[in-house]
Design a protein around this ligand. Structure first.
Ligand code: ADP
Length: 318
């Protein structure tokens, strides 16, 4: 009997058959542990005992235990963009609100470490999450939507100095929070293709990604990079949203297209992904967003524009 086989046998006894066969790759032992029905203390005790035992197997330098049933099957919808300032946070907030109004059990995670803004967008700036059994309990945003933000974990600006693993752990704390009956998490991703994106696609495996872009060519080129990051990781594309498309003059109502027209639609075509719709550039959207009153929570053309996109997303999710 090898040491690993020996340990596997001990593991079965130790966990009452709750553990998978341990696998070792490049010194890292991985074990899936079914923790259904165990108290947080017994889970922690069991995990610690497994870790201790695993590290006695020659060649093993790290033991990773994936606890199943600790988290309900929570589907993640990543909202991403190639660059900042295109309205990704605005879309995430309004999409969460519109999906909630369609009857989905939605939570919102602000993973935009560079400029977390969801607390302001969702009118929850005065709330702080508390922790229970080492899990964060979300605060409540517009329409009672539970939400958590990077801003809850770190002072604005400080996170920029964080290195990969810290950033990844922060994201995991937000996603593995006590989400109650939420079964869909809308995650406002940071722009670009950094550590959060990697942790997201490798560890949390989104059910799908929505990409936001403005109509300018440069934004669209950046958007294709975001698309390819998710594509390479096997994350399905829900589609592309064009934001700040067409400017409605608040005086005469005339629509102009300062950044051109149709660019996002043809980019979506080129990338063989669905085009989900466009949101106009409108002062009212900016004003209401700043006031913590997402337009999707009200009525009128902007609410309709967000709802139309939410319906396509809901249909895609099934
Ligand atoms: P990102 O998350 O991509 O950095 P934000 O959602 O924070 O972008 O939006 C950047 C700024 O543009 C914010 O001030 C926001 O209110 C504004 N904004 C976003 N979308 C629109 C829109 N469709 N019309 C008017 N202002 C918008």
């Amino acid at each position: 009997m090898t040491d690993l086989a020996d340990f596997a046998a001990r593991l079965t006894a130790l966990t009452n058959g709750r553990a998978s066969t341990p696998r070792v790759k490049e010194g890292v032992m991985t074990i899936v542990l079914d923790v259904a029905g165990l108290s947080p203390d017994s889970r922690d005790g069991l995990a610690a005992a497994i870790r201790e035992g695993g590290l006695t197997v020659p060649g093993v330098t790290d033991v990773r235990i994936a606890q199943t049933a600790e988290r309900k099957p929570l589907r993640i919808l990543a909202v991403a963009s190639g660059k900042g300032g295109v309205g990704k946070s605005t879309l995430s907030a309004n999409l969460a609100v519109a999906l909630h109004r369609l009857g989905l059990r939605v939570g919102l995670v602000d993973a935009d470490i560079y400029g977390p803004s969801q607390a302001r967008l969702m009118g929850s700036e005065d709330q702080k999450p508390i922790a229970r059994d080492k899990k964060l309990i979300p605060v409540t945003g517009t329409l009672g939507i539970p939400m958590l933000s990077m801003a809850h974990l770190v002072e604005p600006g400080k996170a920029l100095a964080w290195r990969g693993p810290m950033v990844g752990n922060a994201l995991t704390q937000l996603i593995d929070a006590e989400w109650g009956d939420v079964d869909l998490l809308v995650v406002d991703m940071p722009p670009g293709t950094g550590d959060i994106q990697l942790t997201m696609v490798q560890k949390h495996k989104p059910a799908g990604a929505v990409i936001v872009s403005t109509p300018q060519d440069l934004a669209l080129i950046d958007a294709t990079r975001a698309v390819s990051l998710f594509g390479q990781a096997g994350v399905p594309m829900v589609g592309l949203v064009e934001n700040m498309a067409g400017y409605a003059c608040p005086h005469c109502g005339e629509i102009s297209d300062p950044f051109g027209q149709g660019g996002a639609e043809s980019t979506a075509d080129d990338l063989s992904m669905p085009f989900l719709g466009r949101i106009p550039l409108a002062i009212d959207i900016r004003r209401r967003s700043d006031a913590g009153d997402p337009p999707a929570a009200g009525d009128g053309p902007y609410a309709e524009a967000f709802t139309a996109i939410a319906k396509k997303v809901a249909a895609w999710l099934g």
